[in-house]
Design a protein around this ligand. Structure first.
Ligand SMILES: C[S@@+](CC[C@H](N)C(=O)[O-])C[C@H]1O[C@@H](n2cnc3c(N)ncnc32)[C@H](O)[C@@H]1O
Length: 557
């Protein structure tokens, strides 16, 4: 027998996007025969970077007989939209999501590859376990002996804490053995490497001159309002855990997502090192590096949003490379590090055009919503006092709303004039005077505020003297001060809060409400919110009535 080169394994990639699987497999020496994906620009990106056939097809309509023969490996990432917690709070159409998983498994059954792997969001691990049970919706695939695992890609040298479900029939222990030798990388490693004149890829070791680096366009710094919204949604989110703002350079990043606006909770925001004190989101290139793409990889999207989607949707090739090593049963000691593949990672010609980042929102819809918690009056897990705008056609009203209970049973109380008078009248004389004196600041603020134009300012549709965050800050300050005044009156506060809940909900219903213990434990804070919120609502309504009367008088000449 003639000794020749070992035959390269042949693979197909399903739901292939820009080719995060294909790149990892190719670097590990596997031949990707074909990729299947319905998004043309993703296929162009995959084809130009990975030099293989990337077909634009709807996999749901693909015939099994169209698939190539003699396939050793099948990989793929069926869409995660229906399973993701960011889709309708986790209430996506699971049946529809399972449709693509069924197609993927049907193809495995048909091609009978030696090894296969499927990627999806972590939640799919549990769904697979359930649906593979005898009466589950995937029970007919039980014979495939599917093993779903949740893997944190940070363990494979990625500077990102990206958790994904990987299901497959390969040796997961072998895959995990590779992680022992991986360096820990941070967001700062990526930002600094890409800021140099001679850019050295922090994962692949490739070098490029700065002028040859694509999609590293820094956006305009975030405005004060955008910073404020970022801080509020990250640090003071009413329900979700607090996260840092700005993101820390000294550690790995949170999951890189497929969308990220200038003000979303998911956006990773850093202090701009070139202009300390200003903040910006990451560039497409920084995100791509954090996702384990080499600096030479080109994204042929038509817009910034498309490129963010291409990057955020992908399986990190710096991870799929190691799965491909496990497919080939290579022991850890013979696996080449990713720095050994420069010859396979030349920039495709022509390189992609830079996409211009989004500009700060010049205008928003006139009915732009505002809902932010008053920081000093906020307890964790959803108990809070929000400043919010209520919009009905052209008419906008502003109010403080109180929420308590649980995420499944959110409760509220109307904060109005009668609540205010009742609570105030039950405070002992000296405390009442102190509280009243403190509240005059709030009355003054609202009387002089330009409430009627606040929505115009908020939606960037016209001038006005008061931004809603100015009112929020005032409420925050009053909330804190009154809370301090009430500090020694815990028993009284518990009694008054309890009475208002009974009055607001009726005795029978009130006693069964969820979350009452939390209100009782934090009664001084809650009482402060009741006093501040009810007064604010009363004064805002008075202002609105006065403004309307003024307008009517002016109109009547
Ligand atoms: C999670 S992404 C896959 C990312 C890919 N592994 C990568 O590295 O870029 C899922 C992909 O499935 C594609 N897709 C969704 N439904 C499809 C269908 N019916 N036929 C073909 N592609 C589909 C989407 O366009 C998307 O690119």
């Amino acid at each position: 027998m003639v000794k020749g080169k070992a035959k390269r394994l042949r693979a197909v990639d399903l739901y292939s996007g820009v080719g995060g699987w294909a790149l990892g497999l190719r670097l590990a020496g596997i031949e990707v025969i074909a990729s299947y994906e319905r998004w043309g620009l993703a296929n162009e990106t995959n084809f130009k970077n990975n030099q293989h056939q990337a077909q634009t097809v709807d996999i749901r309509r693909l015939s099994l007989t169209d698939l190539p023969p003699d396939i050793d490996i099948v990989v793929g990432s069926p869409p995660c939209t229906q399973f993701s917690f960011s889709n309708r709070g986790g209430n996506g159409d699971i049946d529809d999501g399972l449709e693509d998983i069924k197609i993927f498994l049907t193809i495995i059954d048909h091609l009978k590859p030696k090894y296969w792997a499927m990627e999806n969001v972590p939640r799919v691990a549990k769904i697979l376990e359930q649906e593979l049970r005898p009466k589950g919706r995937l029970s007919k695939f039980r014979h495939l002996n599917i093993v779903p695992k949740v893997i944190n890609m940070e363990s494979f040298g990625l500077p990102q804490r990206r958790q994904r479900c990987i299901a497959g029939n390969f040796d997961f222990d072998l895959l995990n053995s590779y992680s022992a030798r991986m360096p820990k990388r941070t967001l700062g490693d990526i930002v600094q490497a890409l800021a140099a004149d001679r850019v050295i890829d922090p994962i692949y070791g490739l070098a490029l001159n700065k002028c040859d680096l694509r999609d590293h366009v820094t956006e305009d710094a975030l405005s004060d309002e955008e910073i404020r919204i970022n801080r509020a949604s990250k640090i003071l989110h009413p329900v979700y855990n607090s996260m840092s703002f700005p993101d820390q350079l000294g550690r790995s990043v949170r999951t890189i997502t497929a969308t990220c606006t200038r003000v979303s909770r998911e956006s990773i925001v850093i202090e701009d090192q070139k202009q300390p004190g200003t903040f910006r989101r990451l560039t497409v290139r920084e995100r791509a590096c954090l996702q384990g793409f080499p600096i030479t990889f080109q994204f042929y999207g038509d817009s910034y949003a498309q490129k963010l989607r291409m990057v955020g949707n992908a399986i990190p090739p710096a991870f799929s490379y190691y799965v491909a090593q496990a497919f080939q049963e290579r022991p850890a000691k013979v696996v080449r590090p990713l720095t050994g593949h420069a010859e396979l990672l030349k920039t495709p010609i022509p390189p992609a055009l830079d996409a211009r980042p989004d500009r700060p929102g010049a205008r928003y819809p006139r009915n732009r919503t505002f809902r932010f918690a008053i920081p000093s009056l906020r307890l964790k897990s959803g108990v809070r006092f929000d400043l919010t705008n209520k919009i009905s056609g052209e008419h906008v009203t502003w109010e403080v709303a109180f929420y308590f209970g649980t995420s499944k049973s959110i409760q509220t109380l109307t904060l109005d004039d009668s609540l205010h008078s009742r609570v105030l009248s039950r405070l002992p004389g000296n405390l009442r005077s102190q509280v009243r004196a403190e509240l005059t600041h709030l009355i003054d603020f609202i009387r002089h505020a330009d409430i009627s134009n606040m929505q115009k300012v908020w939606s960037h549709n016209g001038p006005g003297l008061t931004r809603p965050f100015m009112l929020l800050d005032q409420l925050d300050e009053n909330g804190l001060r009154i809370r301090n005044l009430l500090e020694e009156y815990d028993l009284l506060a518990r009694t008054l809060v309890g009475q208002e809940i009974l009055l607001g909900h009726g005795k029978k219903k009130a006693l069964a409400l969820p979350g009452l213990k939390k209100l009782d434990r934090n009664a001084t804070q809650i009482l402060s919110g009741l006093l501040v919120g009810s007064l604010a609502n009363t004064e805002i309504s008075k202002r609105a009535r006065a403004d309307t009367n003024k307008k009517l008088k002016l109109a009547a000449g």
